[in-house]
Design a protein around this ligand. Structure first.
Ligand code: GLN
Length: 303
């Protein structure tokens, strides 16, 4: 497979697709990003790297981080996670509050904000220095010691935390947050503020295509846990657009409102895209189109 040529084609064709969305405005600091940035990076299971466009520029990974907090929590709590968060698609927006009341404070899945905040609570309980330990985990799996938080983005999100604060307090009222609410939110905002390039992100997700082993050979999760995490990304990774992403792209993946997407084909490749213009569901418009083109041109979707 000539990935280099295919990525070039995907990049050129995707760039011609008219976009109607714009950058996220829910976090003021994110709205400063150039909306026309666009990069793709693909890493094969043999470790070959192919990148196009702005693939070496850092961006805020936002909710893409949710797959990685689940991975870390999964690595030490295993199936216990599911006592406090479900594995069903929510069919509603990433920051929705409504289902929580009916479901007595058990979020539908770990990728909507409510679920990710519960996972953050688990990490705050289990890690000695939660923020630093999570950052070290990202540095380990990406093989990139320079990956860091963006303090301005974290602060901006904290300043405008009303919706996430409502979710966290509501969860606390059901007893599904065990630590101090502000401490958990602080961790959650920092995890979302992490900045990475498409290349770093593709490397960080490599273990999910490689039966739990990072690019440098560290076994992060067991094979069966990887199967489960990929299944969750497939069914819930794009919130109420998870069906659409599955239908058009056919790969497990995770998006974020910074415009990033990480997706993978088990035992074949990992791919990360970045384009900050979002559709109404909060997913990268061009990123989704590019991945649709990629799986169409290569014929490589899991279905
Ligand atoms: N930090 C964002 C929030 O909590 C993450 C949302 C996202 O990327 N979908 O609102």
């Amino acid at each position: 497979m000539n990935y280099e040529a295919i990525l070039q084609e995907v990049y050129q064709e995707a760039k011609m697709i008219p976009t109607i969305g714009n950058v996220s405005t829910s976090i003021p600091e994110l709205s400063k990003v150039d909306p026309d940035k666009f990069g793709i990076h693909l890493t094969t299971i043999d470790g070959e790297d192919y990148g196009v466009g702005d693939c070496n520029e850092k961006f805020s990974i936002q909710s893409v981080s949710k797959a990685l907090t689940v991975a870390l929590a999964f690595s030490f709590l295993d199936e216990k996670i599911w006592e406090r968060v479900g594995v069903e698609p929510s069919g509603s927006a990433f920051n929705s509050l409504v289902q929580l009341e009916y479901e007595k404070g058990i979020p539908r899945n770990p990728f909507i904000n409510a679920g990710a905040i519960v996972i953050a609570d688990m990490l705050v309980t289990h890690l000695k220095n939660p923020k630093q330990d999570f950052l070290d985990f990202i540095r380990l799996i990406s093989g990139s010691p320079t990956v860091d938080f963006n303090f301005k983005v974290a602060q901006s999100e904290k300043d405008f935390r009303f919706r996430n604060a409502a979710l966290a307090n509501f969860l606390k009222s059901f007893g599904n947050i065990t630590n101090d609410v502000e401490t958990v939110l602080d961790f959650y905002f920092y995890q979302c503020s992490i900045e990475m390039t498409c290349k770093e992100l593709a490397h960080a997700f490599f273990f999910l295509a490689n039966e739990g082993k990072t690019k440098s050979g560290v076994q992060v999760l067991a094979r069966s846990q990887v199967k489960r995490l990929n299944a969750l990304m497939q069914t819930c990774g794009f919130y109420d657009e998870s069906g659409e992403f599955t239908y058009k792209v056919g790969l497990p993946g995770k998006s974020g409102i910074g415009g990033g997407i990480a997706a993978l084909y088990p035992k074949k490749f990992v791919v990360a895209t970045w384009s900050p213009r979002l559709n109404e569901k909060g997913n990268s418009e061009l990123g989704m189109s590019a991945l649709e083109l990629l799986t169409t041109k290569t014929g490589m979707s899991i279905f």
